[in-house]
Every structure is written in C-alpha cells, then in structure tokens.
Design a protein around this ligand. Structure first.
Ligand SMILES: [Zn+2]
Length: 289
C-alpha cells in the first residue's frame, strides 16, 4: 500500500533524518504520528502534502507562487540550469547515504533533479526556504525530499548532521552552515559570474555584475577545495523568456517598459556563467559575520 504523503514524511524523518529541532526552544523534535513535538510540548503538524512549517511566525517575502512556478518551468522543463546541476551531480554521484540540505531551495527544482539523478545512492534530501510558496510548490511536485519552511539564519537542525549544504544563487549564512556540517562535510555554493544573464542585464540596466564580495566572503569562511566554472549560452523561446522575466528579481527594479520589450521577444540568447565553489570547514573556524 502506498503511504499518504503525510505518513511518508513522518517515516522519512524517523528513519532517515531524526535531526530536526524546535524553532521555538531548539530542543530535539520527535515524531509523534504525523506531528513533531519537542520536550517542551511545542508541536508542529506535518502538512497534507508532506511539508513542514518550522517557523515561529510566517514571513512575507517577494517570492510568490507565480515566481516559483515560472522558475520551475525554466529550470526543469526548459532545462536552463542543467549544465550547472549536472556538474553538482558529478560531485556527489559516487557517494552513498549523503544527507544533503539545499539551503534556500525555493521551489526545489535543483535538489529534486540531483536526487533523481542519484536515485540509487540512498541520499536524504532536505529542502529549506523561508518562502512558504516555494516549499509548497516543491512539495506538490516531489515526494523524494523533505520540504521545510524555515529561517536559514536559525536552521531547525542539529549540529553536525549534514554532509552537503547546497547554496545555489541564494543568500548564505556561513556560520549556520558550519554548525550544521559534519566534520567532513562540504558546502557547494553556486555564485553568479559577470556573464550570468548578461543579455537580460544589459537590456534592463546596461550594467555588469561582479561576484567579488560574495566569493571573498566564502573564501574567508571555508577552505575552498575546488572551483568549477560553468559557462553556457542557449536559445530561449518566447515561453522560456516569459518564465525568465517572471522568475528573476532583476525584473523588480527594472524599468517596466524594458521588461515589456524583453517579454515581446520571440527568441533570445541567454547565458549562464557561474562558479561552483566547494568548501570544507576551516580547522580553526573564526566565527564572524
Ligand atoms: Zn520547543
């Protein structure tokens, strides 16, 4: 008999990831039927779709359901980001039983893809995001991971329980990442380079992006054991262009006439240009923000 999503999630937490903690008091959470409960009786019900809401208060973000659906379409159906996620798959595909946390997973496309490509590897995937709409979109498409709405600055996860923290084009909290990682754990961070979405950026702003600050902060916090640059340009059709414009926060601060003139295009070339940084904990970690 196929388990309902809620029961399946409870079983997955019990058997594969009993490391969740209470967002209120930080005590360990235990599974009780289809709820999680801490020693101080704070209780969190698993939603019907199997997702969890481990936040003290809901937070409104600019990231809407429409944005996440557009992202899902572009990343997954169009495959715009596969050149990057395929590289990440190569980094982990020869290992077994990894516990992978996607910190800032949004609608979950990247984590789902990696888990799908590594199906026989017995990975446990945990996708976390502050945006509830992202987690809901993820949970409705994919039951292979645990999807949790949570604050990544205070992740509801025990120390030393994660083998891989993924952080893909998303803000980071390195102090938390270090706390979560096992001794031999790794952070895999994707940062945009100058050419990332350059065609759209030039159309909107005529400006260049630099990742110097983001990259420097990463090198400060971690020993970088590897760096992979991915550069790839592809043709987007009209539907993919519309999805790109809808999903990127670049459109929020662009002139609306320019947004419209880009939306009107039938075809456009679009470039992915990113660095994948792989870091391990420094032996003597200096904690600083
Ligand atoms: Zn509690």
């Amino acid at each position: 008999m196929k388990l309902k999503k809620r029961e399946a999630a409870a079983l997955r937490i019990r058997e594969s990831f009993p490391h969740l903690t209470c967002p209120v008091c930080q005590e360990k959470l235990a599974v009780n039927e289809t709820s999680l409960i801490c020693a101080n009786r704070h209780q969190f019900d698993i939603a019907k779709n199997g997702s969890l809401h481990l936040l003290k208060k809901s937070v409104k973000t600019n990231y809407t359901k429409e944005l996440f659906q557009a992202r899902r379409y572009l990343m997954d159906e169009v495959g715009f980001f596969y050149p990057v996620t395929d590289q990440i798959v190569q980094l982990v595909q020869n290992e077994q039983g990894l516990k992978i946390l996607d910190a800032g997973c949004g609608e979950g496309t990247h984590l789902s893809y990696i888990l799908r490509k590594c199906e026989g590897n017995d990975f446990t995937g945990i996708g976390m995001d502050l945006a509830k709409d992202g987690i809901q979109t993820a949970a409705s498409h994919d039951e292979s991971a645990l999807w949790i709405t949570a604050d990544l600055a205070k992740a509801p996860v025990e120390n030393d329980s994660i083998d891989i923290v993924l952080n893909i084009l998303s803000p980071a909290n390195y102090r938390e990442f270090s706390r979560l990682l096992t001794k031999r754990g790794r952070v895999i961070k994707v940062v945009p380079r100058t050419g990332y979405l350059k065609e759209l950026r030039q159309h909107y702003f005529d400006e260049e992006y630099t990742n110097e600050e983001t990259t420097a902060a990463f090198y400060d916090q971690f020993d970088v054991v590897d760096k992979i640059t991915v550069q790839h340009t592809q043709q987007l059709d009209h539907a993919a262009i519309a999805a790109l414009v809808r999903m990127t926060p670049l459109s929020w601060r662009a002139d609306q006439d320019k947004v419209q003139s880009f939306l009107d295009k039938k075809m456009a070339e679009m470039t992915i240009d990113v660095d994948i940084l792989i870091g391990v904990k420094k032996v003597e970690l200096e904690v600083s923000e």
